[in-house]
Design a protein around this ligand. Structure first.
Ligand SMILES: [Fe+2]
Ligand SMILES: [Fe+2]
Length: 387
């Protein structure tokens, strides 16, 4: 077997790590690859708790075929050197070939590592590019000459860094093209990197699984973390945004008669009655009131209007409305542009979204709800007034 080995601090793990592993698996035709977060890296004094880093790596690589996350280095108390890890892996896989992945920026320093010759004997060296870094051509030759190393260069450039991600976590940006959204959810559940923690809602997340199918569950997590990011951007309450996003579709799979029953005390728009797909929004608000005795008007309103919108949407209503539209599981033409504009100007993004919906309704020769036009007109009026 051909086995890849990729170690690092992963503080936090990001999309660049995933893309690198996928490239290595493909380009080197690897049968499997170990991702190995390190426990106590030499020369790095600032770090997130190693068990949290390990958990994030497990989440990020959970669905990548052939990848195994190893806690070997995490479990070691003392500093763990590369030659020791590779010796351990060679013992586990005496018949197999090991391919050790590292950034090209490590190449000049490699000669100063502990036991470089042993490393080259145990594994083939695979270098990948680092943004803004060019490889000194003689270093690879020296490795081959002095240590008889087998050296490979991957056609891959790591253009995301954990340092950059750590800085961006505190800002209100979309972020999920750089950081897997489930990793971000872990970060905010634990309140890592200075974020506002949302672990108090874990029990609601568990409960939600009883009401919706897996795909919609994932969509709900996507909406909750996107709402959290939008709340960071627009100075709203991150916890409330996360909670509303998490539960916004809780009534989606309930039988229609139950949904109607939950809407008994809610004044419905005729279109919500005419199009039963719309009912889950007011029904969701009704359910939260009845089942969880939730009284928070802000959250109830955002869930109640998350599909249709309304003329007088509050900033919080708008956050949930757009988070539902652009969350990371959504994949339609123009979603990237809509994500960008949502974090730039929320009202403009809503208008843009409504325009897209109207155009597709026209193309399909379907009726346009007057509510859609009311929301659009109200936002345009506000824009013209400059507020
Ligand atoms: Fe919905
Ligand atoms: Fe939704």
């Amino acid at each position: 077997m051909k086995i890849g080995v990729f170690g690092g601090t992963f503080d936090p793990v990001h999309q660049g790590h995933i893309a690198l592993v996928e490239t290595a698996m493909k380009e080197l035709s690897l049968d499997m690859l170990y991702v190995m977060p390190n426990g106590n890296p030499p020369h790095k004094d600032r770090e997130t708790d190693k068990l949290n880093r390990l958990e994030m790596v497990k989440i990020a690589f959970a669905n990548i075929r052939g990848v195994q996350v190893s806690d070997y280095e995490i479990q070691k108390e003392e500093n763990c050197y590369t030659y020791e890890t590779l010796s351990y892996l060679k013992e586990q896989h005496p018949e197999d070939e090991l391919y050790f992945l590292m950034g090209m920026d490590n190449l000049p320093d490699f000669f100063g590592w502990r036991e470089p010759k042993t490393i080259c004997k145990l594994a083939k060296l695979v270098f990948f590019g680092r943004s803004g870094y060019t490889c000194p051509s003689d270093a690879a030759e020296r490795l081959k000459r002095e240590f008889f190393a087998e050296v490979f260069f991957l056609p891959f450039e790591m253009d995301i860094s954990s340092t950059e991600i750590r800085a961006e976590i505190g800002e209100g940006t979309y972020l999920f093209h750089k950081l897997p959204f489930l990793v971000f959810q872990y970060i905010i559940r634990k309140g890592l990197y200075g974020t506002v923690a949302v672990s108090e809602f874990d029990c609601y997340e568990e409960d939600l699984k009883n009401y919706i199918e897996e795909k919609r569950f994932l969509h709900s997590i996507g909406v909750s973390v996107t709402a959290y990011r939008l709340a960071q951007r627009y100075g709203e309450d991150c916890k409330q945004a996360y909670f509303a996003g998490l539960l916004h579709d809780i009534a989606k799979r309930m039988p229609l008669d139950k949904q109607l029953d939950l809407c008994k005390k809610i004044k419905l728009h005729p279109d919500e009655v005419a199009y039963p797909k719309m009912l889950h929004a007011p029904a969701g608000a009704g359910f939260l009131k009845k089942h969880y005795e939730l009284k928070d008007k802000k959250i109830l309103s955002a869930i109640r209007y998350h599909t249709m919108g309304c003329k007088d949407m509050t900033l919080f209503d708008k956050l949930i409305y757009m988070a539902d539209y652009i969350e990371p599981c959504r994949d339609f033409d123009g979603v990237e542009a809509l994500r960008e504009s949502s974090f730039d100007n929320l009202d403009k993004a809503i208008i843009q979204g409504i325009d897209t919906t109207i155009l597709s309704l026209v193309e399909e020769h379907l009726k346009i709800s007057p509510v859609l036009l009311d929301v659009r007109n109200a936002l345009l009026e506000q824009e013209q007034k400059g507020c």
